[in-house]
Every structure is written in structure tokens, then in C-alpha cells.
Design a protein around this ligand. Sequence first.
Ligand code: SF4
Length: 338
Amino acid sequence: MTNLTHNLLSWYRKNRRELPWRTKKESICPYYVWISEIMLQQTNAKSVIDYYKKFIKKWPTVYSLSKAKLKTILFFWQGLGYYNRANNLLRSSKIICNEFNGKIPNTYESLIKLPGIGEYTANAILAIAYNKKTIGIDVNINRIVSRIYNLNTTNNREINKKIFNLIPNNNSSDFMQALMDIGATICKKKNVNCNICPLKKNCLFYIEKKRINFESIKKRKKKFLFVFLLKYKNKVLLKKRKKTKLLNGLMEVPNYLLNNKPSLKKVKKIAPFDFDWNIAPGKLNSRISNFDLEVRFLYAKVNKNFFLNNKTWFDEKDIKKVPISSLMKNILIHSKPF
Ligand code: SF4
């Protein structure tokens, strides 16, 4: 058994959808499988459940169904749509009783001759009801296999070639139903939820998606923040941030944010005050939500406690009491030696 098959079957044992036509493997009833598969053609499982329960209650065997009046079945079918299915069920039930002793056929050649049974339904009955090594390929299973192998085709024959070797020898019933459940709940056309998918380790779609995400993370934008530390004795000069939605009212070290890295000489020219700025060695790297930040430090010591508009001197030991962002806190810790 391949790794993918093993993961799929273990997932199914714990997570399978409880559906009324799903009985224990030992007691799978081909009649129930046939009725459910016909009802599920063009209709989703949720809409089928109530109809299925009432149908089986009214016609519990293929014999009882074969004796029903078309009018009664059509009346029952109201709301389910595609009424030809009701007609085909009745016609097939008569053939099954007359030609197959009331047993749902267990070969592809016999099933495909019954009204209302096409390639998908025949294979689904063989796989689910009789555990034959085959699989019905509907649009969901087609999509899952195309994604797993990153195929450019949706041709059922190609899909079948790919999936055939994954079908376990003695459990195609669970294998097919597990894929049906994955298609209905996880590997959906939209909102595919790979993170909880048991097949992700073997799925090229997922591996490729992860690679692209990784590449885009690698290509995150980088910005450069130059901070200008002005120190007087044990005090550092902080200014109030400009009013923005974020971080409103916090204090910060005067700084300059640039998208590109300029030469440090050039940086001195953009300094907010005219001092003899020293360039501190080293840098601080930080990660902001959608970009990476490289922080570089320039510092100057002054010997006069002068007042600058909108800016205040803070004693370094009191910094804890000052409202500042965590980035600024890091910057101040980093700049202590300067
Ligand atoms: S990992 Fe994602 S794409 Fe691949 S089968 Fe699972 S849900 Fe589908």
C-alpha cells in the first residue's frame, strides 16, 4: 500500500461523513449503494439524505421497488429533480429481478447495460459495494488527482491511469468513499483547505503552493530605518509620533524610514538636527507585518540640556514608564552602549 493510500484510509477511519447509506463494511448492501449513487447523480449528499431514508423505508428491496408504480415513485421524487432517474430506477429494478435474480450485478458489462447507469456509477457500485479494484471518477475525484499529480489534463482516462496504482487490493470501497469525502469537505473547487488534508505530503499542488509562498516570503520587501540618538548625560531625546491610526500618542527616537539603503554619508545629511553624528557599528533586524526592517544607529552627545519643540529628554532608567512601541523599546535597549 502506498504512503498516500495509507494516510487516506487512516484519515477516513476517523473522519468519514456519517451518511445513511454507509453501513459497516461487512454489511454493505449493493441495493443501498445503487439507490444512493443514482440519487447522488447531479445532487449533493445533504439534499439526498432525507429522500434516501424515506425511499429505503418505502422500498427496502429491489423486489419491492420493481412492483412499484411509476406514478408513486415520481410523486416521491418531487423536489429531487432529474425525474428520469426515477423512471430508470424502476426499469432497472425490473431487469435486475428478471435477469439477475434480484441481485445488483457485480460486473461492469452487466451494470453498464442498466438504464441510468453510466461509466461512473458502474465503477462506483463495483468499488463501493463489491470492493472491486476500480474507482468511479467524478468531478471531485478528477480534481483531487489532477492536483496531487499537478496534471494539465482533466481527461478521465489519464486520471484513471494515475490513480489505479493507488487503489488498495482489498479496500477500494473505503478508498473511493474517502476520496469522495476529501473532495466534498477539503479539496473543494474553491476554498481548498490543504493544511488539514491527509494527502498534503504527497500532493504536488500543495508542495508547489508552499514553495511559492516561501519564495514570496523570501522576497519580502526590505526597508531601512535610521534612528538618531541624541544623548545628554543619562538622558535620551524622544519625540512624540505624528498622529496616525496606529501607535498614536507614543514616543519615539527621531528616525527616518527609507525604502532603499543610502550611503551612510548621505544619511547624515537627512539627520533631523545639525550635530556631529557618529555612525554606530552593527544593526538591528526586525520583522514588521509586511516588510523586513534594518535599523541603523547614528548618535551624538550634547552637553547642554536644550529644549526642542515637541521633543523631550527622558532619563534612560525611566524609559519603562514612557509609552513606546516594542520596536522602539528594542531600539533603546540596543542603543544603550552608544
Ligand atoms: S493537499 Fe490540497 S490540493 Fe492536495 S489533495 Fe489535499 S486539499 Fe487537495
